[in-house]
Write a protein that binds this ligand. Structure first.
Ligand code: HPA
Ligand code: ZN
Length: 326
């Protein structure tokens, strides 16, 4: 329909995208062959059949083992480059992409190789696609705060290539406050900050309170459980805090896309955005997420345009760059 074409063509920023979550089965096979790695799965259908998620934990149990095919700087380049070309087809003109260095350094891949490969794709996206791309270093919250701090120290020589830091992986028992010191140091070094507050986690609303009041993040990833606390919603609206929601992802790791919560925040004037999270696993890139939400919640073209404007307002752009997009 027209609304689908509009959702695709509309210029947008993507702000919640895990590069390691863009590993499509075909590329997984190609990288395994190149690196001489034997995979348990023999066909694309086998791989897709293993995508049997019911919650965040069961997703992560598939997500991390798949990364073993990523070994060299070329592999990281090829992964990011494949995503960036798809993003361009989905109307993305600016993207801030998460990467999980600890998922690679912990299996012996040097930090320098990870970032060199990703950086090469970032530069190429600007030159060849006209897409502006930035990297966000995401810490794994089920690792220790000390491991996060040493990863931050390892990243400092690459400061110019990293726009911000985030926090992902298994949230149970790993509250934002665990990383207060790491994030204070990251801010002091000039990084923007964001943290995942995943959907329906034990302690969700307390974690959202911590990221807003104690950590003082610039953005929240997911975070739609905030609707449970109207006073906190008011704070988020006053501060213009961005929320990076991921409707299709939600429908895999919970029982629904959480459209009611997303639309409520949109109607209340909170800076809510739509993103794809781990598109290779959840089967939808960013425009597909706009379309899924629009069709489920009966959104108008004006609503979709507002969500896209929000994406530029919540992006870590200079005022001059932002003004060029909206
Ligand atoms: N939540 C937590 N960890 C993740 C996610 C997510 O949405 N995607 C990739 N790792
Ligand atoms: Zn995520």
């Amino acid at each position: 329909t027209d609304l689908r074409a509009f959702a695709r063509a509309m210029p947008k920023a993507e702000l919640h995208l895990h590069l390691e979550g863009t590993l499509e089965p075909e590329l997984k096979f190609a990288l395994a062959a190149r690196n001489g790695i034997a995979l348990a799965e023999k066909t694309v259908e086998d791989v897709v059949a293993s995508y049997d998620f019911t919650d965040l934990t069961s997703f992560l149990a598939v997500y991390y083992p798949a990364m073993t095919v990523l070994q060299t700087a070329d592999d990281f380049h090829d992964l990011a480059w494949a995503y960036l070309q798809k993003a361009r087809e989905q109307g993305v003109v600016h993207v801030e992409m998460f990467f999980d260095p600890q998922a690679h350094t912990s299996r012996g891949v040097p930090f320098a190789d990870v970032i060199a490969g990703y950086r090469r794709a970032v530069v190429r996206a600007q030159d060849e696609l006209g897409v502006s791309a930035e990297l966000i270093l995401c810490f794994l919250r089920d690792f220790t705060a000390e491991h996060a701090m040493s990863t931050l120290m390892e990243a400092l020589p690459y400061r110019a290539w990293i726009i911000g830091v985030g926090l992902d992986s298994d949230e149970r028992g790993n509250p934002p406050a665990k990383f207060a010191e790491v994030f204070a140091r990251a801010k002091a070094e000039g990084f923007f900050t964001t943290m995942h507050c995943d959907i329906d986690q034990p302690g969700s609303i307390e974690h959202i309170r911590q990221v807003i009041e104690e950590i003082g993040v610039d953005r929240i990833d997911h975070g739609t459980n905030i609707v449970e606390d109207p006073a906190l919603v008011a704070v988020a609206r006053e501060r213009g805090l961005g929320f990076t929601t991921c409707p299709v992802s939600n429908s895999f790791v919970t029982e629904e896309m959480k459209a009611d919560e997303i639309v409520q925040l949109l109607r209340e004037g909170v800076r809510v955005t739509v993103n794809s999270d781990d598109p290779a696993y959840f089967g939808g890139y960013v425009a597909d997420n706009y379309i899924a939400l629009a069709e489920h919640a009966d959104l108008s073209a004006a609503d979709l345009a507002r969500l896209a404007i929000n994406s530029f307002e919540a992006a870590w752009l200079t005022p001059a760059r932002r003004a060029a997009y909206i």
